[in-house]
Design a protein around this ligand. Structure first.
Ligand code: GAL
Length: 649
């Protein structure tokens, strides 16, 4: 049996008078909170001026929280370097793509590549780790805060340029190899030495995509390096205490899998309503989803990210939306019950802790319109009642371990970058495509693991590759030899690892050779028919030669899906209904038993428990095909309900 999940909260004692601290701690306990995350933005209070430390207040609050029975997640405060430090090293700030400095006055004002700032980050990390590494109340760590937030993964500063050249030289060793790999003969872009290479910004037209691709890999490595420098210190001074970082939703600018190799906890910050709004602008507008779910969130977005991050480490939700937020284009109030449902949904996906952001609404500065569990006058907000309800419910249940799912979804950060750099259509959004495929399994009642290319594929019955541009033969062979059924989606295997078109155009074994691509606006899809069902391929559709069994046809005579001797290939991005039908058939062929769910009802299996959540406005019944003992909730579910069913396996 695994441990009971726990609740937590993000707390900023430095925002409140000391007289409130004891009552805050007591109220947290009364609310069923076990974990408190502190200090990630408190550098100016820890070290008010260079080398002058004030530990007094932090010692005091650590003691108050801990002696009241709360466990502390201590953070390194490096997301907010204080003014005196920026003045000491003005070139530590990042430079944007247009050459402008990203100044002091908010947060994350640093370049990952600045060696001076790296030293400062290690110095402050060491100071905090020395002070609290052995403190009995400090039970876990968080490095920095949301790496990459506010578009801070990339900096176009001189430190970056210097480090980029070193990185390239290490990778290619001689400049001819770099020229060849990037194809620099094209447009006379050849270099004679690594010192001649610039950053890929401010070019007249687009820079060479290979140049950009290496810059992305380099920038990702810089984040990994920055994190690792802190992790090493924390491990030295606080061995045995888990280290986390809080990642974000729909954020793909660095390779999280790589960074997680150095962490124990893969945490993420879940803001369902803000994310629903943002996806409308950055991915594709979906009026129906927006109207139906504006105050509850996309029924698949949260789960997708739980599955994504739990594939990289122990899953925590370090920040959970507790009420309206302040940063999306519109910021509605979550419907009553949503906070409880989101919390349960995280636990269904094996989260160990769900920690609400934040304890009390801030009366000042940037986030004063952002809810907390408490109002500014210290009375409980709705989120706090819902958190309390979950805390009582958790006590009544024993949650089993999560098992490996029968379905895997292959995800890859580099593949995402290639789809962005190779453009072709503005509407191809990698995360949107991943979630579309993910959803097509979920609407058929399936649970999935999201895995990277180095995963152990044995035991899966179905492996889905929504898109993996440079999927290579060795990874593909590993997948094939697992014996699973394979379904690859559009834009898979049509480039090599050097971002070039492979000699024989496509990966072999899927029955299709891609020759031409129709890269379309979402509104101009290609009409198709598959097994009597009419549908559309939108955004991306491929024309080529089929050598396997073809099914379905577009109006201009190309297949919808082909199957070779090693798997099937979808020659485009199908609309929701079509993808769901195709997935249902694939699941059946893989030996699974898909069950179509009512709209907006979702289920996730954890051990012998099924967790149902209803995101829809309509009351729905759990289909009869699901049988078992109800441990929480009921068979008829209204919006925001959670039902837990124990199945006999
Ligand atoms: C997160 C961030 C927090 C807070 C929160 C507001 O992205 O980590 O510090 O700003 O958003 O929703």
């Amino acid at each position: 049996m695994s441990k009971s999940p726990e609740l937590g909260v993000c707390y900023y004692p430095e925002h409140w008078p000391e007289e409130m601290w004891i009552t805050d701690a007591e109220n947290m306990i009364k609310n069923g909170i076990s974990w408190v995350r502190i200090a990630e933005f408190a550098w100016s209070r820890i070290e008010p001026s260079s080398g002058v430390f004030d530990w007094n207040w932090l010692d005091k609050i650590v003691d108050i929280l801990g002696s009241n029975g709360l466990k502390i997640v201590m953070c390194t405060p490096t997301a907010t370097p204080p003014k005196w430090l920026v003045d000491q090293m003005p070139d530590m700030v990042a430079i944007d793509e247009n050459g402008q400095a990203r100044k002091f006055g908010s947060r994350r004002h640093y370049s990952f590549s600045h060696i001076g700032y790296q030293k400062e980050s290690q110095r402050i990390t060491k100071a905090v780790a020395e002070r609290y590494g052995q403190n009995n109340f400090v039970k876990a760590w968080q490095t920095d805060n949301e790496f990459g937030c506010h578009e801070t993964t990339y900096s176009w500063c001189l430190s970056t340029l210097r480090e980029f050249r070193i990185w390239l030289e290490k990778k290619y060793q001689n400049i001819d190899d770099l020229n060849k790999s990037w194809g620099n003969v094209f447009w006379s872009m050849e270099y004679r030495s690594f010192e001649e290479i610039e950053l890929p910004n401010l070019t007249v037209t687009e820079a060479n995509p290979s140049h950009n691709f290496d810059f992305r890999k380099f920038s990702s490595d810089q984040v990994k390096n920055f994190n690792y420098q802190q992790v090493k210190i924390l491990n030295d001074y606080s061995p045995g205490r888990p280290i986390s970082h809080n990642f974000m939703g729909h954020f793909t600018e660095f390779d999280h899998r790589e960074i997680c190799k150095d962490l124990n906890i893969a945490a993420w910050d879940s803001y369902p309503l803000g994310f629903l709004q943002n996806m409308q602008t950055i991915a594709r507008e979906d009026k129906k989803l927006l109207e139906d779910c504006y105050n509850i969130g996309d029924p698949d977005f949260q789960s997708y990210h739980h599955d994504l991050y739990r594939g990289m480490g122990r899953l925590w939700i370090m920040e959970q939306q507790p009420g309206p937020v302040n940063w999306a284009r519109y910021n509605p109030i979550p419907i009553a019950g949503a906070v409880r449902m989101w919390t349960w949904e995280a636990f269904a996906h094996d989260a160990e802790v769900v920690s609400y952001f934040r304890w009390r609404q801030a009366p000042f500065a940037q986030e004063q319109m952002h809810a907390g569990l408490m109002y500014r006058d210290n009375t409980p907000a709705i989120g706090s009642h819902e958190a309390m309800q979950v805390s009582n419910e958790i006590q009544m249940l024993n949650l089993p371990e999560t098992q490996k799912s029968e379905i895997a979804l292959l995800h890859d950060y580099e593949a995402c970058w290639i789809t962005e750099l190779d453009g072709q259509t503005e509407d191809f959004h990698y995360t949107r495509l991943m979630i579309d495929f993910y959803k097509s399994v979920r609407v058929n009642g399936g649970s999935l693991d999201i895995v990277g290319k180095k995963a152990d594929f044995t035991g899966y019955k179905l492996i889905i590759v929504p898109s993996f541009v440079h999927l290579e033969t060795d990874t593909f062979k590993k997948m094939v030899s697992s014996g699973a059924k394979i379904l690859a989606g559009p834009r898979t295997g049509i480039k090599n690892r050097n971002f070039q078109i492979p000699e024989n155009l496509s990966l072999e074994g899927l029955g299709y050779k891609v020759k031409r691509v129709d890269a379309l606006p979402y509104e101009l899809p290609v009409e198709v028919e598959w097994k009597g069902q009419k549908g559309k391929l939108h955004v991306w559709r491929e024309q080529g030669d089929s050598s396997g069994i073809s099914e379905g046809k577009s109006e201009d005579g190309f297949p919808v899906i082909t199957s070779g001797n090693q798997g099937s290939y979808l020659c485009g991005w199908p609309d929701e209904a079509l993808l769901s039908s195709i997935m249902k058939e694939q699941m059946t062929m893989a030996g699974l038993k898909p069950i179509t769910l009512p709209e907006y009802l979702r289920v996730r299996q954890r051990g012998d428990l099924l967790f149902f959540t209803n995101y829809g406005k309509k009351n729905v019944d759990i289909p009869d095909a699901f049988q078992g003992e109800i441990l929480l909730g009921s068979k008829n579910m209204k919006q925001t309900d959670v039902t837990i069913l124990k199945i006999n396996k």
